[in-house]
Design a protein. Structure first.
Lengths: 79, 469, 79, 79, 79, 79, 79
């Protein structure tokens, strides 16, 4: 199942929220400690990717917000 | 006189006081003129004794007499005698011997003249009052602007003249309708009633009626106390002003009327307004109406200007300004909130990362390594033990075998003779024929030998010795 | 109601008393201030007519005495 | 509802009092600030018309009162 | 749903009040943080447009009001 | 059977956990002491291979962890 | 039968355990003491060979154990 998920993940049509949910699931599994060794490693690896993806999404979002704010500021100054 | 003469005639004859008083008493009480006499006079020193007897003095301008009226007599009196009251007393003269006093024993007492009328007046007043004829709530208000004023009075007297003069002067709008009546004398009452009835039936109606006559004695005013007159006044369909006599004279007619005037002139004044006042009122009314109309307009103008100058109308930008503030406020909130979803998520992400970091995969690997090491050691020792065990078992076996070594006796010098091929043991000498090749096994080896002889020649010759072991 | 009254008034069969009462009523209404604006104006107009009427009535009034016929027994007795 | 009212008003069979009441209502609504923006604008416009109408009515009323007063004064002088 | 809304919005038959209500809704959503991340960004963008729309509405309204007020002032001065 | 297992084992689709379980089984068998000597030796030989496999797995896992940790650290520092 | 056995034995497809069992049998026979001397001697001679065989087996096993242990130890040190 993890394989499938990881695959799904790499195909990357995921939203931030899906990524976060997956990340939480992984963290929970890792915390529970009931994964086989290689699955643990893969899960850990996936979690790293998810963290990275989420961070990027957030950065992107922040950037968009800033851009929007800037546009609005320009508009409200210029006209 | 007779007694005195007799006393002079018989000087020596001395009487006791008692005898004298008795003689006086006999004399007085035998005079028919002093029995059943009527005396008019004014009451003074009136005392109503607790025993019920009345004691008083009757007097006139020059003389007085004591009087007593026993309770058996005075119980029936219609009025309460009092000092200063003129009365007619009916009774007889008698003597009270103990005091030597003569006095009038009153059998009946009535008010003198007017007094009697007064009593009738009072009795009728009480009766009619009890019927409610004089009740305050029956009183009507006078019409304010009468057109026709009915007057019941003598057509020739001053009363109608006074009334006409007054009304003409004050209020010429009103027409006076005179219903003539006799206002004194025993026949007056019916004429008054008839005059009233006339006015009551008149068409067009009169608006108000004045009933009046000038001042006079009680007897003169008496028709206006007559029951028929009083009742006629009381049933008037229009308000009645009573103006009978002077101010001090109060007739029952006054009680029955709606308004009482002191004089006919006063009645006329009560009945109609003064035209000067009316004209003044008209002016005033006009001025008031005008002022009120202007006030109304001004009031509306104030209200309008109050509304028109309300900030919201004068400065409509306020309508906008409040909303602008709202927009600003909401924009501020949006701007403040815009990063919140990101912030919240960053926190969640950071928390997940922290949790990830806390996950001890390395530790788990170490633990597994330790498990593995333990297994490895276990395996090693188990495998070694297995070999050791087998090797001990083998050693034990070897020990036993050594003890059971069938060749052990050979050490003590025994030898075993084997056949030529060393396979079978030769147990009988019979089979040992000379020349037969045999093997001899000693403890430390086997030699080949050849049988040389048998029997007695016990010593065989060993040709060859070879160690086979 | 005011309309009706004003109309009634103009038809002029009124007595002095009615006119006076109407005048008083109008003044009261005007002073109470509870008439609508146009009614106030009309009321004022009416009041003027009423005053005029009353004045005329007073001006042209002539006093009259009417005597009802009743046979009196003894007129000469009266004072 | 405001639409309807405004329409009613323009058809102008209104009395002064109705106009004043409507004006008061509008002022109250505007002050309360519970009208929608466009309704506020319309209400303000209506209020302006109402103020004008009311003023005219008052002017007319006052003028009539003056005129009546003048007539009376003339009459009471002349005859 | 936000998509739909934004679409509706662009077709712009909206009133000031509707825009303000939508703004409030967005603020509430942003403050609660319960929109998906990308929806949040879109919501913010929408809110900025709404703010702009509201301001324009207010400017327009103010202009109208001023014009009306001016008309009244002219009338009350001139006649 | 052990042969089969060992064979299966050499084809190596095994996981760490399966290997560990097999090791424990071998221990149990050796402890029971009922294996023939050569089977014991073969078992021991197999176990040694399993130990080796497990070690490698652990080493690999550890290495991966190091690497991932390093990557994450690099990323979180650099951008 | 013993002959056969011994023959079998010499053909040498035996295991350590078979050899040990044969040894035990020989011991039992010898202890019973009812074997003719030459049979005893042959049995004894056979046992000697068996002992030798067993010892060799054990030595071989020991050697293998040592070798395997050594290999594993080497590996865990070197890499």
């Amino acid at each position: 199942m993890e394989e499938t998920r990881a695959a799904e993940w790499n195909s990357s049509g995921w939203t931030f929220e899906q990524a976060m949910r997956r990340l939480e699931e992984i963290v929970r599994q890792l915390e529970a400690g009931d994964l086989p060794l290689d699955a643990s490693i893969r899960a850990y690896e996936e979690s790293m990717k998810l963290v990275k993806f989420c961070r990027e999404q957030l950065d992107k979002a922040e950037f968009q917000l800033e851009k929007l704010g800037q546009e609005l500021a320009d508009e409200s100054v210029s006209p | 006189m007779n007694a005195l003469t007799r006393a002079a005639d018989a000087a020596e004859a001395v009487l006791s006081v008692t005898e004298l008083n008795r003689r006086i008493k006999e004399r007085l009480e035998s005079d028919p003129r002093l029995l059943q006499c009527r005396v008019v006079g004014e009451i003074s020193n009136f005392k109503h004794h607790p025993s019920g007897h009345m004691y008083f003095t009757l007097k006139d301008e020059t003389s007085r007499i004591r009087a007593v009226m026993f309770s058996s007599r005075n119980r029936r009196l219609q009025f309460q005698p009092e000092d200063g009251m003129r009365v007619i007393a009916f009774g007889s003269v008698g003597v009270f011997e103990r005091d030597g006093q003569y006095q009038l024993y009153v059998e009946d007492l009535e008010p003198d003249g007017l007094g009697a009328l007064y009593v009738r007046y009072e009795q009728l007043r009480q009766q009619l009052a009890a019927e409610g004829l004089f009740a305050q709530e029956r009183k009507r208000r006078l019409p304010r602007f009468p057109l026709r004023v009915g007057v019941v009075t003598s057509p020739t007297g001053a009363v109608i003249r006074d009334i006409c003069t007054t009304i003409e002067r004050r209020y010429p709008l009103a027409r006076v309708v005179l219903a003539p009546a006799q206002v004194q004398g025993p026949d007056a009452a019916p004429t008054i009633v008839r005059a009233l009835e006339l006015l009551y039936g008149l068409e067009p109606k009169v608006d108000v009626i004045i009933v009046g006559r000038g001042g006079g004695s009680l007897e003169e005013l008496w028709p206006f106390n007559e029951e028929m007159v009083v009742r006629a006044v009381a049933r008037s369909p229009v308000p009645v002003v009573s103006a009978v006599g002077h101010e001090t004279d109060v007739t029952l007619c006054d009680f029955a009327a709606d308004v009482r005037a002191a004089t006919p002139t006063a009645a006329a004044e009560l009945v109609c307004p003064h035209q000067a006042e009316l004209r003044a009122y008209l002016e005033q009314a006009l001025a008031r109406a005008r002022k009120a109309a202007f006030v109304k307009v001004a009031w509306w103008r104030d209200r309008l200007s109050d509304l028109a100058t309300r900030p919201v109308l004068r400065d409509p930008a306020r309508i906008i300004a409040a909303r602008r503030q709202l927009v600003d406020y909401i924009e501020t909130r949006v701007r403040e909130a815009q990063r919140r979803p990101i912030g919240l998520r960053r926190r969640t992400l950071a928390e997940l990362e922290r949790r990830l970091q806390r996950v001890e995969l390395r530790g788990a690997i170490q633990a597994r390594r330790r498990d593995l090491m333990r297994l490895e050691h276990q395996l090693q020792s188990l495998a070694e033990r297995q070999v050791l065990l087998q090797s001990r078992k083998l050693d034990a076996m070897i020990g036993k075998l050594e003890a059971l070594n069938p060749l052990a006796v050979l050490r003590r010098g025994y030898g075993v003779i084997l056949d030529e091929d060393g396979q079978s043991v030769i147990t009988s000498a019979q089979s040992l024929v000379p020349g037969k090749r045999i093997g001899i096994r000693m403890h430390d080896g086997t030699v080949e030998a050849e049988v040389k002889a048998r029997g007695g020649d016990a010593g065989g010759r060993v040709e060859q010795l070879r160690l086979d072991l």
